[in-house]
Write a protein that binds this ligand. Structure first.
Ligand SMILES: *[C@@H]1O[C@H](CO)[C@@H](O)[C@H](O)[C@H]1NC(C)=O
Ligand SMILES: *[C@@H]1O[C@H](CO)[C@@H](O)[C@H](O)[C@H]1NC(C)=O
Ligand SMILES: *[C@@H]1O[C@H](CO)[C@@H](O)[C@H](O)[C@H]1NC(C)=O
Ligand SMILES: *[C@@H]1O[C@H](CO)[C@@H](O)[C@H](O)[C@H]1NC(C)=O
Ligand SMILES: *[C@@H]1O[C@H](CO)[C@@H](O)[C@H](O)[C@H]1NC(C)=O
Ligand SMILES: *[C@@H]1O[C@H](CO)[C@@H](O)[C@H](O)[C@H]1NC(C)=O
Length: 480
């Protein structure tokens, strides 16, 4: 009973200490680089610091990115792409080389604070049909062994970021959770290995996808500000799907004998475009809600959640196979401007934009006023541009949904022109396009101006010369 007799002064210190110990979770961010135009890594590192983001998760181990993080004090999770798993699984020396080149070198000579190696990225995703099922664990084992050999076994922990589809529940109640049949044994082996080596369980949780996949999903349950029909799980109350999902994992781990496994939320976020549920309002509601919620934790684990926002910056070269929203997860636009106000805890005044960003000149490529909308070359030109550039802001429920047919065509032309660094020849859609200095943006629809390509002063690359399109058109026309 001693502590109860503690005077108020000591109690206050106790509370402060408890607060410090319990409240070490600051938000992290995923930094992906699948873009046509990357902000220079030193600009991104400054962006992270200006916004009080103290940890970052990468999808690979690019030297230029890790160099920029050197001496920043930012904690780093480096990643190994799924495509490398087979090699690392079958060759210990490949794993040694990977660790030497992509961890040891940066830790020792570049002062990068590497804390984790993420082996693979959602390798057990059900849509991969088991492609990485047999290589993930051996790759994990080899990387762990290589880290120990390199003397980094205590300092750098291994993990495998997994999608929440590795577990499921038979009802909406988290306590019915278990690993997905078909990967149950593989999951147990991975969890045992992580547990033996002090590696955390990293899980990506996406309430947006719940809403995207199921038209009947209750919208309010995706967010954190209350739900009229909460789910009761033997006295535990769930008012948001994040808590329910996270606790399904807690129950799953517990059921399989891993009560105390550390959990990291590797990805959490909401996209802003490309779908009717992907917009600024929802993204802000979700991310700000999560920021307030994360320190409270979940009913099963009422302690601060360790999490990385997905994502820092939009990536206009990501595959849109999952959906058009895939290129719009950033809390920042491609140029490092904030999309909406978001308090990340340290910066109560909202997000700070990237500094020292250089843009191409203020000009746009649009449909020529003299073009005939019945011109059969229009459809071909638009699909040519959209295939090679980015038209994911067009269509139902998007930021440019209100454009008329002309606006749509202009948007496609401009996207192609900007991605090709405003090369004059990238605005030569036959008799259809013209360059303008009047910003065609209207309402929520932004006609972007590209940032200057990193490491170049002018000019740039053309994805494929437009003359190819002209030839193709001539070819098609001869058959009409
Ligand atoms: C280090 O990581 C990079 C980026 O993921 C990769 O391309 C490279 O092959 C890795 N180096 C070694 C030696 O495996
Ligand atoms: C998985 O299987 C489905 C159906 O057989 C197929 O359409 C898809 O391309 C496969 N995906 C991969 C990554 O192999
Ligand atoms: C979990 O941690 C608690 C408290 O530290 C301990 O009593 C318990 O034995 C641990 N359980 C397992 C399965 O390690
Ligand atoms: C952010 O909030 C400030 C006031 O707190 C407001 O002036 C500003 O317009 C907001 N920005 C956005 C992008 O909503
Ligand atoms: C604009 O383009 C989108 C995507 O191709 C299409 O869904 C929409 O119907 C178009 N709108 C008009 C007015 O042509
Ligand atoms: C462009 O228009 C001119 C004049 O109307 C015409 O002679 C020419 O064939 C057109 N070019 C193409 C590629 O359609």
């Amino acid at each position: 009973m001693g502590p109860l007799r503690m005077n108020y002064g000591l109690a206050a210190i106790g509370v402060v200490l408890l607060f410090m110990v319990n409240n070490v979770s600051s938000i992290g961010a995923n930094w992906g680089t699948q873009t046509t135009h990357n902000l220079h890594p030193t600009i991104v590192v400054k962006l992270l610091r200006d916004n009080g983001i103290q940890k970052v998760k990468l999808f690979d181990a690019e030297a230029r990115v890790l160099s920029a993080l050197g001496g920043s004090g930012i904690e780093v999770m480096v990643g190994i792409p799924n495509e490398m798993l087979a090699t690392l699984a079958s060759s210990m020396s490949a794993a040694d080389r990977w660790v030497e080149r992509n961890v040891s070198a940066h830790v020792s000579s570049n002062n990068v604070d590497i804390k984790y190696v993420a082996v693979g990225n959602e390798p057990f995703l059900s849509t991969y049909n088991g492609t990485f099922l047999s290589t993930t664990l051996p790759a994990l084992q080899n990387i762990q062994a290589a880290l120990i050999k390199a003397g980094l076994g205590n300092r750098v922990k291994v993990t495998v970021p997994l999608n929440a589809d590795v577990y499921q529940s038979s009802t909406e109640q988290p306590s019915t959770g278990d690993f997905r049949p078909g990967i149950h044994d593989e999951m147990l082996q991975i969890v045992s290995f992580l547990s033996q080596n002090g590696g955390p369980f990293t899980i990506n949780i996406y309430p947006f996808i719940s809403l995207y996949n199921d038209a009947n999903f209750p919208v309010d349950y995706a967010f954190f500000d209350g739900f009229s029909s909460p789910i009761d799980d033997n006295g535990r109350t769930y008012t948001n799907v994040f808590d329910a999902n996270y606790d399904t994992l807690v129950w799953t781990l517990q059921k399989n004998g891993f009560d105390n496994m550390t959990i990291i939320v590797g990805e959490i976020g909401w996209p802003t475009d490309g779908d009717r549920n992907a917009n600024i309002g929802y993204a802000q509601r979700f991310n700000q809600g999560f920021m307030s919620h994360m320190n409270r934790g979940t009913p099963m684990r009422p302690v601060p959640v360790d999490a990385y926002l997905f994502s820092l910056i939009d990536e206009d070269r990501k595959s849109i196979q999952p959906g058009n929203f895939e290129r719009h997860w950033g809390i920042f636009n491609y140029d490092g401007t904030p999309k909406y106000n978001l308090s990340l805890g340290s910066n109560s005044g909202g997000l700070v934009r990237a500094s020292n960003v250089h843009y191409l000149p203020r000009r746009w490529c649009v449909l020529s006023p003299s073009a005939n909308l019945q011109d059969p070359q229009i459809a071909l030109s638009v699909s040519y541009a959209c295939d090679r550039a980015d038209c994911t802001s067009l269509g139902y429920g998007t930021s440019c949904a209100n454009l008329d047919a002309q606006g749509n065509i202009s948007y496609a032309f401009n996207s192609y022109y900007q991605i090709n660094n405003q090369l004059e020849t990238a605005c030569r859609f036959p008799n259809l396009s013209v360059i303008t200095t009047n910003d065609p943006s209207t309402g929520t629809c932004r006609f972007g101006i590209m940032i200057q390509p990193a490491g170049t002063t002018s000019g740039g690359f053309l994805l494929e010369p437009l003359s190819f399109l002209v030839q193709m058109l001539v070819f098609v026309m001869t058959f009409l």
